[in-house]
Design a protein around this ligand. Structure first.
Ligand code: GAR
Length: 218
């Protein structure tokens, strides 16, 4: 059973999608062992509690420096003994120490088709504002492994979403969540939990189930 720790900062709809997929059986061989937030007001913590999962908060406000916060956060994470760390709307720059320690064991959901509208400054609604300002006709979401850069790690899954002429950042954000994020994040966890993913030469390689060739006469 893959032990999953989910890091969150806000509403937690992606966390909800993961919990529902595990309960509904579309994600197998995985359990969410804890949900960790930097924000004590994150509704995601409440969602965790409702599912009987420990919700932990480590806020930077509790500490005198960024370094102290980083150490405390990593200590809590280590205490959960996760096999996989999922950043589900986690709006904190990860300490390098954490990225190194959990190399190829941290995934992030980003609400665009990377490499568009990603990197420093592109998070949450800002991503969709950028997409609309540029006038792209297709956007989407990406699940990627986390490396030392911002949104630069190996891409695992992507799902496109069509932009509508009358979209607002809010309407686009909602559709990207519904049509892309809530599908590919649980799918990524399922693939990893079932040993179907490895990283090779800086790229994520997926071993898809082979469809049996049709037998003559069938
Ligand atoms: C999601 O749209 C996620 O893709 C985005 O924050 C939102 C969190 O929503 N993450 C980023 O922008 C990371 N760069 P949620 O709390 O309802 O899952």
């Amino acid at each position: 059973m893959l032990r999953v720790a989910v890091c969150v900062s806000g509403g937690g709809t992606n966390l909800q999608a993961i919990l529902d997929a595990i309960e509904g059986g579309t994600v197998t061989n995985a359990q969410v062992v804890s949900v960790i937030s930097n924000n004590p007001g994150a509704y995601a913590l409440e969602r965790a509690r409702r599912h009987g999962i420990e919700g932990i908060c480590v806020s930077p406000k509790q500490f005198g420096s960024r370094g102290e916060f980083n150490r405390a956060f990593l200590e809590k994470l280590d205490g959960c003994e996760p096999d996989l760390v999922v950043l589900a709307g986690f709006l904190v720059v990860l300490p390098e120490m954490m990225v190194r320690k959990y190399k190829n064991r941290i995934i992030n959901i980003h609400p665009s088709l990377i490499p568009s509208f990603c990197g420093t400054g592109y998070y949450g609604l800002k991503v969709h504002e950028g997409a609309l300002a540029r006038g792209v006709k297709v956007t989407g979401a990406t699940v990627h492994f986390v490396d030392e850069g911002t949104d630069t790690g190996p891409i695992l899954l992507q799902q496109p979403v069509m932009v509508r002429q009358d979209d607002t950042p809010q309407s686009l954000q909602r559709r990207v969540m519904e049509e892309a994020e809530w599908k590919i994040l649980p799918r990524a966890i399922d693939l990893i939990a079932n040993g179907k993913v490895h990283v090779e030469g800086g790229k994520a390689v997926i071993r898809w189930e082979e469809t049996p060739a049709p037998v003559d006469g069938e």
